[in-house]
Design a protein around this ligand. Structure first.
Ligand SMILES: [Zn+2]
Length: 171
């Protein structure tokens, strides 16, 4: 389901400055905490590239909130909009540890986020590079620039570890 590929458009190591590393670290750590709470470990971060600061972070809360729409991306968009008191986020970027699903891909477009950086590819549930490829098939949506496969080894390991534990800890 979550697998590794090498994609030419992923940012190179040269573009991974300290802020980038910091964001990825934050996302991976928070996603790990979500796993301990029984949530699929996904974390989304809204980042202000002008101020170089994180505006909002969120992890999945579907199990804890009994809410199938409580995906990390949707929650991070809500938090960020509240924090900056804006309805849309055209000057902000989203980093997320897993390829967004179709619902979140659409929400990211509605939020007008500038760029989307995601970690692991999700062959089964993704809606950006897989499945219905929301941005390719909905030209009326305001699609972000997409950079898939960032820190994908770390992001994919989070998920494979989580599902191994669910299956009873088998390696
Ligand atoms: Zn989603």
């Amino acid at each position: 389901m979550f697998f590794l590929t090498s994609r030419a458009f992923a940012p190179t190591l040269h573009s991974m400055d300290d802020f980038f590393e910091n964001i990825v670290d934050t996302a991976v750590k928070q996603a790990g905490r979500a796993a301990k709470a029984g949530e699929i470990p996904v974390c989304a971060v809204v980042f202000d590239p002008a101020e170089k600061q994180i505006v909002a972070t969120a992890v999945n809360r579907t199990e804890r909130d009994n809410d199938p729409t409580a995906h990390a991306e949707v929650l991070a968009i809500r938090k960020a909009c509240r924090a900056v008191k804006q309805t849309r986020l055209p000057d902000f970027d989203m980093y997320v540890t897993l390829e967004p699903c179709p619902m979140c891909a659409a929400a990211i477009a509605f939020a007008r986020l500038r760029r989307l950086y995601f970690g692991a590819y999700d062959v089964k549930g993704g809606g950006v590079e897989h499945g219905c490829r929301v941005y390719e098939h909905a030209p009326h949506l305001s699609a972000p620039e997409v950079y898939g496969g960032i820190a994908q080894t770390r992001c994919a390991e989070l998920l494979t570890g989580f599902f191994q534990t669910l299956r009873g800890g088998a390696k």
